[in-house]
Design a protein around this ligand. Structure first.
Ligand code: CO8
Length: 263
């Protein structure tokens, strides 16, 4: 059965929105190897689960989204295991970034190190007013190893990224919103409802169109502009062959809500 036998990750399908909770609250949801594997498994299974139309990713407990990789495990790493662990995490975060349905991070508290990197891999980030984000790896004598050096620089620019990475300062939610690190900040008691509402709104749009929009933005932004536009035109053409396109256009002309089938 999907999502069975998970120890550190909880899932709940709330009317098409899969709420995925990274849940080791005693250690502020720190990512040990097992937790990273379980996150990967959940995204693999949710990809093919037709009942899942969007994902909201959050942290268990009151204090943290995820306070980083588990430092007890990091402390024992040698060059070979360090590289391999970094690669495994990078693959799983790429899975999140390339996920064909929208993934929203609901950042409920500390999102540090690997936790900030997971949030960066999500398509959209909504933060509680209490949240603090940051990449404190240099305080431990390492650098971000789950794609953070690359994604943060692409999101906020190289100068800001280097300031955040090299000072290791935590970025409070309001400042994170100002620099574009999170999309929106809301009071803590509205975090999940805001994230779920946005996920549900996106899930009500044409699913194939949303999938193509994710591909165009996420893949296209890594390409030269002209190739990105080529990808956009190709996906646009592809969408013109879908039942959803006919349904969306007919619904508009007939002044009714569209009933998309995802085909
Ligand atoms: N790993 C393991 N345990 C942790 C972690 C962590 N990252 N973060 C917190 N904990 C534990 C604490 O040790 C403590 O355990 P205990 O109760 O047994 O003492 C418990 O969680 C509660 O934490 P605190 O008492 O420290 O709570 P505070 O509210 O005082 O402080 C902080 C909260 C500021 C979040 C603080 O816990 C902290 O600084 N945590 C570490 C943050 C950090 O440095 N994260 C980055 C880790 S490095 C990383 O993520 C690299 C990612 C790339 C890896 C690449 C693959 C190799």
């Amino acid at each position: 059965m999907p999502y069975d036998n998970l120890e550190n990750v909880k899932t709940e399908n709330r009317d098409g929105v899969l709420v995925v909770t990274i849940d080791r609250p005693k250690v502020l949801n720190a990512l040990n190897a097992q937790t990273v594997r379980e996150i990967g498994r959940v995204f693999d299974e949710a990809r093919d689960d037709a009942s899942v139309r969007a994902v909201v990713l959050t942290g268990g407990g009151e204090k943290a989204f995820v306070a980083g990789a588990d430092i007890n495990e990091l402390a024992k790493m040698d060059p070979i295991s360090g590289k391999r662990t970094s690669e495994i995490g990078q693959d799983i975060l790429l899975k999140i970034e390339r996920f064909p349905k929208i993934v929203i991070a609901a950042v409920n508290g500390f999102a540090l190190g690997g936790g900030c990197e997971i949030a960066l891999a999500c398509h959209i980030r909504i933060a509680s007013e209490k949240a603090q984000l940051g990449l404190p790896e240099v305080t431990l004598g390492i650098i971000p190893g789950y794609g953070g050096t690359q994604r943060l620089a692409r999101l906020v620019g190289k100068g800001k990224a280097l300031e955040i990475i090299c000072t290791a300062d935590r970025v409070p939610a309001a400042e994170a919103e100002r620099i574009g690190l999170v999309n929106k900040v809301v009071p803590p008691d509205q975090l999940m409802s805001t994230a779920e509402e946005m996920a549900r709104k996106i899930a009500s749009r044409g699913p194939v169109a949303v999938r193509c929009a994710i591909e165009a933005v996420m893949n296209g932004s890594e390409m030269p502009f002209e190739e990105g536009q080529f990808l956009e035109a190709t996906l646009f053409g592809l969408l013109c062959s879908t039942e959803d396109m006919k349904e969306g256009m007919n619904a508009f002309l007939e002044k009714r809500a569209a009933n998309f089938k995802g085909k």
